[in-house]
Design a binder for this molecule. Structure first.
Ligand code: FNR
Length: 351
């Protein structure tokens, strides 16, 4: 029997298997509203057998969008737009989850398939981003406004309200996006947080925002809904955040009510040398799982069923997330479980 096909219980929700669609921006929304593309894209991966379908980085505030085409969850109109999508995912037996995001100083940029690059000016639908400081991420991005105390409180509150809306929209889990050089990672990484108030300085002060958001989201969704957090487990550069820091963060996130740490990496250092290769981030998930005693998710260049099976079997991670491989083949989970000897749960229509 395949371990990849074993259910995973997270609080009041049971994932039917250990395969998740990694959150992936589609840059296909207007005013933050998801539409037919999102239904077809996410729906196909649910039909394809992913046990957990995590919808893309979805902004908790309009200024927290990476690009003007990102999805959002900052109003009731967004709840209505997400509802048919979550209903379809759940009807396939998958668990719909929403990644709650704030892009911080990486907001208001052109989407990858735009003609232009870098920061979007006001005249083209852009806005001034916010961040831990006033320095832009890279010169071609817009210079942010440093968040003040009231701004930080508003961000924490926005994550909590977004989590409530996500539940209202039918999501059965949420993932806090605290990775990839976006706002929460910008605060905990020493590379990007140079604040001298209570939100910067030593590691506890830098972690404070991510932890405050985790506590607020847990309080907002109640005790039964799974809360995941995606972290950048290392900045891959000297003087940056590293996996030993992540072990500490993971323990504290768990104490704040987070159920699983999704271990990604990078995004805060523009020129980091990332050792890309098959399963290159799996050792991060393994170490965090072993040393922090939390459930972890592994992601990054996982493409083979046997590779995924081994990750779970060897106790490197509890959940395997696939991004690009699931873009190439939405049926990867069903094919993988078939090949590994799991139950071939094809939809009736496809039997
Ligand atoms: C991503 N990734 C990503 N990560 C995230 O946390 N939130 C997001 O919205 C996105 N958006 C996104 C869009 C696209 C088109 C890609 C390809 C990637 C990263 C993604 O979740 C995953 O971590 C990486 O792609 C590595 O996994 P794979 O693709 O090697 O399986």
């Amino acid at each position: 029997m395949t371990v990849l096909g074993k259910p995973l219980e997270l609080r009041g929700v049971t994932l039917p298997n250990r395969i998740a669609l990694a959150p992936m921006c589609q840059y296909s929304a207007r005013d933050g509203l998801p539409g037919d593309w999102h239904l077809a894209h996410l729906g196909a991966r649910a039909v394809g057998g992913a046990g957990l379908v995590i919808a893309e980085a979805t902004a908790v505030l309009p200024e927290g969008r990476i690009s003007p085409r990102d999805t959002g969850i900052w109003s009731g109109a967004h709840v209505d737009a997400w509802r048919p999508i979550t209903a379809f995912i759940a009807a396939q037996g998958a668990v719909p989850a929403l990644q709650l995001a704030h892009a911080g100083f990486k907001a208001s940029t052109y989407w990858p398939f735009a003609q232009e690059r870098g920061g979007v000016p006001d005249g083209d639908g852009g806005w001034q981003p916010v961040g831990p400081g006033a320095e832009p991420f890279i010169p071609s991005y817009r210079a942010p406004r440093a968040l003040d105390e009231a701004g930080i409180t508003a961000v924490i509150d926005a994550f909590a309200q977004a989590a409530v809306r996500a539940v209202d929209a039918g999501f059965q889990a949420v993932e806090i996006h605290a990775a990839h050089g976006y706002l929460l990672h910008e605060f905990y990484s020493p590379l990007t947080n140079h604040r001298t108030d209570g939100w910067g300085g030593d590691r506890p002060a830098r972690m404070r925002l991510a932890l405050a958001v985790a506590r607020a989201v847990r309080a907002a969704v109640g005790p039964d809904l799974p809360v995941l957090a995606r972290v950048s487990a290392t900045d891959w550069t000297d003087g940056g955040w590293d996996v030993a820091d992540t072990v500490v963060l993971a323990r504290e996130l768990a104490a704040a009510g987070v159920d699983l740490i999704d271990c990604s990496s990078g995004g805060a250092a523009p020129h980091a040398d990332i050792p890309l290769g098959p399963g290159y981030q799996v050792p991060l998930a393994q170490r965090v799982r072993a040393e922090a005693g939390v459930l972890t998710g592994a992601v990054g260049l996982i493409t083979e069923p046997e590779q995924a099976e081994r990750i779970v079997e060897d106790g490197q991670a509890d959940l395997v997330l696939l991004g690009r491989e699931l873009l190439r083949d939405p049926y990867w989970p069903r094919r993988a479980l078939d090949r590994l000897g799991g139950l071939p749960h094809w939809p009736d229509q496809y039997q």
